[in-house]
Structure formats: C-alpha cells, structure tokens
Write a protein that binds this ligand. Structure first.
Ligand SMILES: Nc1ncnc2c1ncn2[C@@H]1O[C@H](COP(=O)(O)OP(=O)(O)OP(=O)(O)O)[C@@H](O)[C@H]1O
Ligand SMILES: [Mg+2]
Length: 310
C-alpha cells in the first residue's frame, strides 16, 4: 500500500478543439518525491494540474490520487492535497492572518494551523499586516501558507517561483525544502530549469503536452556520455568522426565540438583522432546540464545534434 504512487496518470489527455494540450501523459509520483513538471510555455502544465484538481475534465485517459481512480475517490483524496490552484483571491484590506482564516473556512478546516503555516512561509512577523502591504514574494508565500492549512500529504504548486526575484525564489525553495523534510510529496510545475534542478528529486520534461523524458535529475542529465574536443579544424574532426563507431552525434558549440559517445573511452577517441592527424588541444568529458537536456528535448528536432548513422 505504501508503494502506491501518490499521483499516477494513465495516458492522461486533454484536447481543446484541435490543440492537444495534454497528450497521453503517463507518470507516477511516489511518496516523498519532489517532482518537477518542467516544460516551456503552453506545454500543458497548468492543464495537467487542473485535471488532477478536478477543475478540468480529461478528454481521454485517467489518473489516480493516493490510488483512488474514480470520481468519488478523487474527491476524498483531494482532502489530502494542498494546491495553489484552489487558493482563493486574498482580500487586500485584510491582514495575512485574517485572509488565512477566510481560506480555512472555505476549505472547511479549523484555524489551529494558521500560526504554523505563517511560520513555515516566514510570515509569522507579518501576519497582522494588511495583505496589500505585502511584496509579491510575500503574497506568493501567503498563497503557499494557504495550501498548507489542511496539513496536506501532497502539495501541488503551479509555477511557485513565477515572477519572483532571486531572493524570492530562494524563499520558495526553502519552503519547499521544509515541506519535503516534513515528508510531504510535492508536485510542482515550472519552466525554470535552474530552479527545478535545485529543488526537485524527479523531473518530467514536457513538450507540446507530451512527456519527453522522466527520471531523477541525475538520470536525465548523465545518461549520455559526451566528450568536449577542441581542435584547429572542426570540419576535419567532424569528417573523421563519421567513421568512428563509438560516436553517435556531434555538435559544434562555443566551447568546442561536443561528441556523443556509446562508451566513455575518451583515450580511445584521442588515439583515433591522432591516428588521423587530428590533435586535440583540449579533450574532456562533457557534463550535460539539465538545461542542455531540456533544450535538446524541447527543441523538437532534438537540437542541432547531427546524428551519425551507424
Ligand atoms: N481553456 C482553453 N481553451 C483552449 N485552449 C487552451 C485552454 N487552456 C489551455 N489551452 C491551450 O492548451 C495548451 C497548454 O496550455 P497550459 O496552460 O496547460 O500550458 P502551460 O504549460 O501551463 O503554459 P505556461 O508555462 O504558459 O503556464 C496551450 O496551447 C494553451 O493555449
Ligand atoms: Mg501554466
């Protein structure tokens, strides 16, 4: 039972006329994960969250929350979820604390967790101040506090760091860390790679409604062995690589030529090039960042990587 994913989607899909906003998304979010749903604008992140929260009806596929996959089960499961989507609009003339009281009433939960929620989001000292005096970062943190009023096991956040400055993003990151430390499962959407890379344990990269890749951050970035090579004549290098059986792709970057390899035999690559009169002034293992992976996966043609036929 404890192995039951907190969220599981089965080919979940939503079409708006001809637009496939969410296209056969199948993912599983396990207990304790901080799961990042990462994709560019319009890739279907909000629509997916809307379906999980029962605001948008899927056109195909299904999903389970805490193992419950029927509408009645979804409803019961949502009592264990806190989401930014369901956050009511705050009243500008009321204090942060009073706004949370209103939110608690709407949610049908007591007021006993308000202080703790203000504390978690770092607003304990400002709870009595009017909402309209809050900075954008504070407003967003109050929204996070509101999602926690029912002490949810699962927290779903749609772009929690959107529009925030680096300090505000750090505050959001710290709050997510606190929640994760308390054993909450977190599902968040973002188009901010750097944020996801720093906050999340798991990532699904989405593009045009489809999941391109899913795994731990480490799995997504380190799967492919690459070498960064600098030579005088990049053209000659590319030509020589056409006959190198270990090479699967080559890409010219500002830093040099990046070669995708089947093995991590960089010495073998160096020997092969030298035997063809190509001497590298630099040859190193090239560590792909999540950003590289993201750009490659979301560009559509898998980036400017030229595939080498094998
Ligand atoms: N109510 C709607 N009617 C028609 N099309 C919609 C509707 N809602 C979303 N879409 C379309 O579905 C696609 C996915 O939208 P969605 O808002 O889910 O993307 P997103 O990943 O959240 O984007 P963003 O990063 O901009 O928030 C887009 O092409 C969008 O225009
Ligand atoms: Mg969105």
């Amino acid at each position: 039972m404890s192995d039951t994913p907190v969220i599981q989607t089965f080919e979940l899909s939503k079409r708006f006329r001809e637009v496939r906003a969410v296209d056969r998304v199948s993912i599983a979010v396990k207990r304790g994960q901080v799961f990042g749903f990462l994709g560019p604008n319009g890739s279907g992140k909000t629509t997916t969250i809307g379906m999980l929260m029962g605001i948008i009806t899927p056109t195909a596929g299904s999903f389970a929350l805490f193992g419950a996959s029927d509408p009645k089960g979804h409803l019961a499961a949502r009592a264990r979820v806190g989401a930014t989507l369901e956050t009511p609009n705050f009243y500008p003339y009321m204090s942060g604390r009073d706004n949370l009281r209103v939110a608690a009433t709407i949610k049908g939960v007591g007021n006993d967790r308000i202080d703790e929620c203000l504390e978690i989001v770092g607003l304990a000292g400002r709870g009595r101040h009017r909402f309209r005096t809050y900075s954008l970062g504070m407003k967003q943190r109050l929204a996070l506090a509101a999602t926690m009023l029912n002490d949810p096991e699962l927290v779903i956040l749609d772009e929690p760091a959107n529009g925030l400055d680096p300090q505000g993003m750090k505050e959001v990151r710290d709050i997510i860390r606190i929640l994760a430390d308390r054993g909450k499962t977190i599902f968040l959407s973002s188009h901010l790679l750097w944020e996801v890379e720093r906050m999340c344990t798991h990532v699904a990269i989405v593009r045009k409604g489809q999941v391109m890749k899913v795994g731990t951050v480490a799995e997504i970035v380190s799967e492919q062995v690459r070498a960064l090579v600098r030579v005088e004549d990049a053209g000659a290098l590319e030509a020589a690589l056409a006959d190198y059986p270990d090479a699967t792709g080559v890409q010219t970057t500002d830093e040099g030529t990046v070669i995708s390899l089947r093995s991590d035999d960089l010495a073998g690559l160096n020997r092969y090039l030298a035997a063809r009169g190509i001497y590298a002034s630099h040859l190193s293992r090239h560590q792909q960042t999540l950003e590289d992976a993201f750009i490659e996966l979301t560009r559509g043609d898998y980036g400017s990587m030229t595939e080498i036929a094998s």
